[in-house]
Design a protein around this ligand. Structure first.
Ligand SMILES: [Ca+2]
Length: 390
């Protein structure tokens, strides 16, 4: 119906007017879904230190629809503070933010559009071994002329990448994404083959890729996953093997989980992990909310009555960049992904302990000296600069 109307328009109107209207229509379509605002509100404007304020953020698109599935990150005095949340079907995310420091606090929320729910997976051939070389490949069909192709790849430790038999180059980092752009000339309509020689020096091993293929019909994404085939020796016709003959690769994990996600900051499918960490300064990205100001007052604690019963809590101060990673945690703490030695985190923990009537704490970092006969045998992580400096 729209096409018929357009044809009639082009027959009867000036051609330039029609071109202008089509351009305007395309522009309007491209604007649909573009996020416009984040508005926040709090349930209090003053509270005692260590108490929590309830904060609600609402993401609204410029067409008035709710911004669903946005990642919302709260900030206190322009530093990350509090759990990160995803906006619901009404475009809303709610936070319970404990505020440990007396004085004025300016709260803001940054929102980022949700990434694809599907992510690429780290793959390998069998269990990782030291000084190992493996061969992995996938075949996929493209049913239209290819306009643009981009490959994103990460490897632990190294990979040599081939597209339809042509060597694209190496992806030799597990911390930084290697991008192969402008490779559409190597693509063809029909079946294409992406092949990788993976090498592992020691420890964990994996390869991660995302291939974006643009045609007139849109962008198709081909991810590394369990559909790939793997070999321990180069198969016949390498690097364009028949992929119906290999064994399935081993799926090591999702791109946004596991040990690699802790340091890989530029993978296109992932929220920048560093943005989630407590204490990080607000970046100049994302959609910024209004500011809500809260006055946090100082308070004193009564001296406990003498008692023949003492309450102790075991406290695990092991969340540091070189020890436990939050990517493997099943939940997000109320204060967010924290460093145990962040001053605000320590202060809030102590305020909670005091309100709970805890008499003393037992810090546990025994994992650092587990199984050792002597203090001098302690591992490097015991001497973490975070522990020493704080
Ligand atoms: Ca390795």
């Amino acid at each position: 119906m729209k096409c018929e109307a357009l044809l009639r328009l082009m027959r009867t109107c000036d051609l330039f007017l029609a071109v202008f209207l089509v351009s305007l229509w395309s522009f309007c379509l491209s604007r649909v879904g573009f996020a416009e605002t984040v508005v926040i509100g709090a349930d209090a404007d003053a509270l005692p230190m260590g108490h929590s304020v309830a904060l609600e953020a609402t993401v609204t698109l410029d067409n008035g629809a709710p911004g669903v599935g946005y990642v919302a990150l709260p900030y206190a005095n322009v530093r990350r503070w509090g759990s990160h949340e995803t906006t619901d079907g009404r475009g809303k995310a709610t936070f319970l933010l404990p505020l440990p420091n007396p004085g004025p606090v300016r709260l803001q929320v940054l929102a980022f559009p949700a990434k694809d729910s599907a992510v690429s997976e780290w793959i390998w051939v069998g269990p990782p071994k030291d000084n190992q070389t493996v061969y992995m490949a996938t075949q996929f069909s493209v049913d239209d002329t290819v306009r643009k192709t981009t490959l994103f790849a990460v490897s632990d430790d190294r990979s040599e990448v081939f597209l339809n038999g042509h060597r694209l180059g190496d992806a030799n980092s597990w911390q930084k994404t290697t991008v192969f752009a402008g490779i559409e000339g190597l693509m063809s309509k029909g079946v294409n083959t992406l092949a990788v020689i993976g090498s592992n020096s020691s420890g964990p091993a994996g390869f991660l890729s995302r291939l974006e293929v643009e045609t007139a019909k849109g962008v198709s994404v081909f991810r590394s996953n369990g559909s790939w085939k793997g070999w321990t020796e180069a198969p016949p016709a390498w690097p364009t093997p028949k992929c119906d003959e290999g064994s399935a690769v081993t799926v090591v994990g999702r791109a946004d989980q596991g040990v690699w996600a802790a340091t890989m900051s530029d993978w296109p499918e992932m929220q920048h992990f560093s943005d989630l960490l407590v204490g990080t300064v607000m970046p100049d990205r994302g959609i910024k909310s209004n500011t809500v100001s809260i006055k946090v007052s100082y308070r004193t604690f009564p001296t406990p009555e003498p008692s023949d019963r003492l309450v102790c809590i075991q406290w695990e101060p092991w969340f540091t960049p070189s020890n436990a990673y939050w990517q493997t945690a099943e939940a997000v703490p109320v204060v967010g992904y924290y460093d145990s030695y962040n001053r605000d985190v320590l202060r809030q923990h102590i305020l909670w302990f005091m309100d709970l009537g805890i008499d003393f704490i037992m810090p546990d970092w025994s994992n650092h000296i587990w199984g050792k006969q002597h203090w001098d045998e302690r591992p490097d992580s015991t001497n973490d600069s975070n522990l020493q400096s704080k």
